[in-house]
Design a protein around this ligand. Structure first.
Ligand code: PEP
Length: 252
């Protein structure tokens, strides 16, 4: 059975103190919930990772990094390698987020190299992809997402998928308050699962979790999560507010 996952991407928010506070608020609130088949992940900034890892001990919450460099080490000022993440106890990393693509020039080729480096270090990857508003308006969203999946994942081995979580994030819905309708999300998630099935087989496609991300909030989470191929959410803004993030976890 596919795992349900609610992951919070904190982006460039929260120093060490706020990290501790937010994590404790979340862990205390979810302690009494039955989350047997549900994973809860938070992705703080690099400087707060160690504090976060300490704060989630003995709780149901896991910690992910938001990015990493593709090289093993070397003259890459300001960057962090997979090995460094592993050395502090990180097990999961978000790669390919649209803000990395938009503001830091990351493209499919680079993201594929990052995925390889993460997997080579036994890191689990939350791989983000999604179309721009123009692409959706032109009805090219399936084509675009299909191409992103091909460029970044098709060189992998089927067994790599045990360490891959997919996150469909239509760029027009991220941080905009505009959410894909549950039907739009379901259409894309079913398409993605079909692309993976054709390339890697039905068993892999049926076992990979596909998250939806883009302005998920307590008021729309349940409806989106109720769709057959939506296995959870990658949450930005609402994951910074403990009661909202907990309400989204409850919705799943
Ligand atoms: C995100 O950044 O991954 C995201 C989905 O953001 P938001 O929920 O704020 O749209």
């Amino acid at each position: 059975m596919r795992k349900k996952i609610v992951a919070g991407n904190w982006k460039m928010n929260n120093g060490i103190e706020e990290t501790e506070k937010l994590i404790h608020a979340v862990t205390n609130s979810i302690a009494s919930l039955n989350l047997e088949n549900v994973r809860v992940i938070v992705a703080p900034s690099f400087v707060s990772l160690t504090t976060a890892i300490e704060s989630v001990k003995n709780s149901h919450v896991e910690v992910a990094a938001q990015n990493m460099h593709q090289a093993k080490n070397g003259a890459f000022t300001g960057e962090i390698s997979a090995e460094m993440l592993v050395s502090i106890g990180v097990k999961t990393v978000i790669l390919g987020h649209s803000e990395r693509r938009q503001y830091f020039g990351e493209n499919d080729e680079l993201i594929a190299r990052k995925i390889d480096a993460a997997l080579a270090n036994n890191l689990e990857v939350i791989f983000c992809f999604g179309e721009l508003l123009e692409e959706r308006k032109l009805d090219n969203h399936l084509l675009e997402v299909g191409s992103q999946l091909k460029n970044t994942l098709f060189h992998l081995k089927p067994e790599d998928f045990k360490n891959i979580i997919l996150a469909y994030e239509p760029v027009w819905a991220i941080g905009t308050g505009e959410t894909a309708t549950p039907e739009q999300a379901q259409e894309m998630h079913a398409f993605v699962r079909n692309v993976i099935a054709k390339k890697f087989g039905k068993e892999i496609a049926d076992s990979v979790s596909i998250l939806y991300g883009g302005s998920v909030k307590p008021s729309n989470a349940e409806e989106i999560f109720s769709k057959e191929d939506v296995d959870g959410g990658l949450i930005g803004g609402a994951s910074l507010v403990a009661v909202d993030f907990v309400a989204i976890i409850e919705a799943i």
